[in-house]
Design a protein around this ligand. Structure first.
Ligand SMILES: Nc1nc2c(ncn2[C@@H]2O[C@H](COP(=O)(O)OP(=O)(O)OP(=O)(O)O)[C@@H](O)[C@H]2O)c(=O)[nH]1
Ligand SMILES: [Mg+2]
Length: 409
């Protein structure tokens, strides 16, 4: 169903990288000898580190990145067609991955999520039910149970009710097809992948979200995605609340061979991210992705800290951050809406990534989020590995949760 790889290759990046300033925060990745440009500068910085500062975990051997910036930049600058199913950011993935990931359809990856809606709606339609009020009520219950949300479910079913009364549906299958189309219509305008435009540089992505949502993991996955697109990526360890958070981000940095800017735990998050943006600007980095804490002493503290991070970034680049990405656990259910509202109020979100949709999450909250927040859904996380991040494609998502053949079994 999915085609994830893009084979185009373009001209090498023409980015000049000045030597890193002496006072720069500690980089943590070692890169292959063949690296050039920005990578060479980063490699030099990494080489200058004393062994004691080197990461404990050896990075997996990886070939030099494929120089594809020219082609990919023009490709990613183009607006994504709503129906597009081929993400343009996976150039050369097969060269970087230790072994080629087994292609699995979204429906397979979302198996557990899909079960909730598929099972309840499937049971309804398998009996080839009569088109009546009972069917609509059972359908509404099934949607609510799958976390689609009370308001969204009622609206969806009300639209079906109107059409049913007009005798638009010949049978239950026709009604199911209409529901699928409505669900797709609900999410399609919000399926807008995050593709890095040619300017500004560095493009700054600030990730926010409650603890355990999957921020750091998503950053690791994004780092691989953009690096494989030929972009120079840097990570900022802005979660200074937990000591382990910095190590976790560094491990992702090593895996993807991207530099991580960090200070000791307990440092000021805004100052780490500020330093990182300065370093990224000085080194000609294309994409800076900042991690943040998911929990502080109180929620108020967290929101204040995030607002401060935004303020200090704007001192260097008034347009930064260019993406404020809410990472949200797909299993959060209806509380997802509260989370999204609070973060949006505090920091002004520009996109959402929904994680753990491979797990027991029901997936329906994505519809509720779209309806309520009207923010772009950038990505979905469908596993813990770095290749388990997908661009959100409306038709595929609905197809995975509510297969076309459901009523025909
Ligand atoms: N199955 C699955 N697990 C995921 C996914 N994304 C993240 N995880 C797991 O969720 C757990 C929490 O992820 P983190 O990335 O540490 O979450 P975080 O938001 O950074 O958490 P804090 O740093 O505590 O704020 C980890 O065990 C991840 O491996 C996903 O898409 N699917
Ligand atoms: Mg984290």
């Amino acid at each position: 169903m999915f085609k994830w790889f893009r084979k185009d290759k373009g001209a090498p990046p023409a980015i000049e990288a000045p030597p890193p300033p002496a006072a720069m925060a500690e980089p943590s990745s070692a890169l292959p000898e063949a690296a050039t440009g920005v990578d060479a500068a980063i490699a030099a910085a990494a080489d200058s580190l004393a062994p004691a500062h080197r990461p404990a975990v050896e990075p997996a051997p990886m070939p030099a990145p494929t120089p594809v910036v020219g082609t990919v930049l023009s490709a990613i600058a183009a607006p994504a067609a709503e129906t597009e199913r081929v993400p343009a950011l996976f150039a050369g993935e097969e060269a970087l991955a230790p072994e080629p990931p087994k292609p699995r359809s979204l429906r397979e990856r979302l198996a557990a999520s899909a079960r909730a809606l598929t099972a309840s709606v499937g049971n309804l339609f398998r009996r080839n039910p009569k088109l009546d009020e009972d069917l609509l009520e059972e359908l509404e219950t099934a949607l609510i149970q799958a976390d689609v949300g009370v308001t969204a479910s009622s609206e969806l079913v009300e639209q079906l009710r109107v059409r049913m009364k007009k005798r638009e549906f010949a049978d239950a299958n026709a009604l199911l097809a209409a529901l699928r189309a409505q669900l797709t219509g609900l999410v399609a305008p919000h399926a807008r992948p995050l593709r890095i435009p040619p300017t500004p540089r560095p493009f700054v992505i600030l990730t926010v979200g409650v603890n355990g949502a999957g921020k750091t993991t998503t950053i690791g996955k994004l780092a691989m995605r953009y690096r494989q697109a030929g972009l120079a990526v840097m990570l900022a360890a802005g979660d200074t609340f937990r000591a382990a958070a910095v190590e976790q981000l560094k491990t992702w940095g090593e895996r993807n061979q991207v530099q991580v800017i960090a200070q000791g735990s307990g440092a000021d998050s805004a100052s780490v991210i500020y330093d990182a943006l300065q370093a990224a600007s000085a080194r000609g980095v294309d994409v800076l992705i900042a991690d943040t804490a998911g929990r502080l002493h109180t929620q108020g503290h967290l929101m204040q800290e995030l607002a401060k991070v935004k303020r200090v970034l704007a001192k260097i680049d008034p347009s930064a951050p260019h993406e404020t990405l809410l990472v949200i656990d797909g299993g959060t259910g209806q509380n997802a809406l509260n989370q999204a509202r609070q973060f949006h109020q505090a920091v002004g979100l520009t996109g959402i990534a929904v994680t753990k949709l491979d797990g027991t999450a029901k997936g329906g909250m994505v519809f509720a989020l779209c309806r309520e927040m009207k923010l772009p859904i950038r990505f979905i996380g469908v596993g813990e590995k770095r290749e388990d991040l997908r661009e959100f494609v409306a038709a595929d998502f609905v197809d995975a949760l509510l297969p076309r053949e459901l009523g025909q079994a």
